[in-house]
Design a protein around this ligand. Structure first.
Ligand SMILES: Nc1nc2c(ncn2[C@@H]2O[C@H](COP(=O)(O)OP(=O)(O)OP(=O)(O)O)[C@@H](O)[C@H]2O)c(=O)[nH]1
Ligand SMILES: [Mg+2]
Length: 391
């Protein structure tokens, strides 16, 4: 279309009416382009539980709204205390379930103290409580238990919060942005955020309004998702790459990564989302790398990985992390190429091949998300241009 327009403009001395028609056509395209640019973009975050949806939601608030005031940061303290307490409580519980022994002689007393408190975190971190938590986290036995945490449910932020425990337990503690990003609270219901993002000058300047929806990823939350499918421009699907050696909280017999792949298939093939663009964040790259460095291998859970490493696709991979990333991405690509059982009318009429865009992310890293979101925005702008034939 772009070429066609240039050709029209170059052709020698067209009759007046042709010229007028051409300029009207250009004007129409321009106003259409402006309308498309100005149109609000609706993005829906989807993915299994703990894949990082709410963390991305928080990043949008940090990057595109005003972030968190001191009062709002203080409001997060009880949640952070609860995260820490649940982590240490769970580790102590699994010490005995896994038959592990404490290496330090005072740890058993600390473990009994923590267990006697039950699941509820203290409102105030007194000295005695802090000493017990520090003793336990420094115990070699607890670290062994932590290394085996793929065998039981444990927050991914356990290490972050316990490594930062002395700072967090101070009387005058105010959570940092990083603390807030690591804090975990299960999402129930549907949450919405709206924000404005500048459009680059070379694409016309101004601002674009985004609306983003966050939903709960646990199985019992997914029946609510359909309420927000209508009018969605892009699905941002999060998949946790570090899930390969863990089982699902809701069903211990199901591998978490397999659950995420199955869910991706059903979302990709959902006819109500057939017209939406798809962006996948292959998230938790940092945890995946840490796991592989500590001796965990995806091949123990997905035996087909071995064959994949010998395939020509893997030629450009340098180490096991690269292979693992590429393997998971390939699994997603394969799903997008499967024949759809019940093709939507939207697909039959308008599209031949749907695109899916992939990004490797660490949702807790603001720099990474700034860059990736910038790419996503560019992609949306270029897609708008392509739809009206200017790219
Ligand atoms: N280290 C690390 N932690 C992450 C990353 N992404 C998310 N997390 C942490 O993982 C936990 C779960 O993230 P959430 O954003 O709450 O997950 P969710 O998808 O909203 O989960 P549901 O609300 O249950 O559907 C939080 O403690 C986050 O801080 C990541 O890339 N790296
Ligand atoms: Mg959430």
């Amino acid at each position: 279309m772009k070429l066609k327009m240039l050709h029209c403009l170059r052709s020698s001395k067209p009759p007046q009416s042709d010229k007028q028609r051409t300029s009207q056509e250009i004007e129409r395209k321009c106003s259409e382009m402006h309308k498309n640019f100005r149109e609000d973009v609706k993005i829906l975050l989807l993915g299994t539980a703990e894949s990082g949806k709410t963390t991305i939601f928080k990043q949008m608030r940090i990057l595109h709204i005003n972030g968190y005031t001191d009062d709002e940061r203080r409001d997060e303290i009880p949640e952070i205390y609860q995260n820490i307490h649940e982590s240490i409580y769970q580790l102590v519980q699994y010490m005995s379930i896994l038959g592990l022994e404490y290496k330090c002689c005072t740890s058993q007393r600390s473990a009994s103290y923590i267990l006697s408190m039950g699941w509820a975190a203290p409102e105030y971190m007194n000295e005695e409580y802090c000493d017990h938590v520090i003793t336990l986290w420094n115990d070699f036995g607890i670290r062994t238990c932590y290394e085996r945490s793929n065998e039981f449910p444990l927050s991914d932020s356990t290490k972050y919060f316990l490594d930062n425990f002395e700072r967090i337990s101070q009387d005058n503690y105010i959570p940092t942005t990083e603390d807030i990003l690591h804090s975990r609270k299960v999402t129930t219901g549907i949450h919405n955020i709206s924000f404005r993002v500048p459009i680059p000058d070379y694409l016309g300047g101004g601002e674009q309004v985004f609306h983003m929806w966050d939903v709960g990823g646990q199985r019992n939350q997914r029946n609510k998702w359909i309420q927000v499918f209508d009018g969605i421009h892009a699905v941002l699907f999060l998949i946790s790459c570090s899930d390969f050696d863990q089982s699902l909280l809701e069903d211990a017999s199901q591998n978490r990564l397999q659950e995420a792949l199955n869910l991706f298939r059903s979302v990709w093939q959902n006819r109500f989302l057939a017209a939406a663009g798809f962006i996948v964040f292959l998230n938790k790259q940092d945890i995946m790398e840490r796991k592989i460095a500590s001796g965990k291998h995806i091949v123990d859970y997905f035996p087909e990985f071995e064959e994949f490493c010998n395939s020509p696709q893997a030629e450009s991979c340098f180490d096991e992390c690269d292979w693992t990333k590429k393997f998971i991405k390939q699994k997603l690509i394969d799903i997008t190429e499967e024949p759809v059982k019940r093709p939507s009318r939207n697909l039959i009429n308008h599209q031949t091949k749907r695109e899916c865009y992939y990004h490797f992310t660490v949702a807790t890293d603001t720099c990474c998300i700034r860059k990736v979101f910038n790419d996503v925005h560019q992609m949306i702008l270029h897609d708008n241009l392509a739809q009206i034939g200017l790219f």
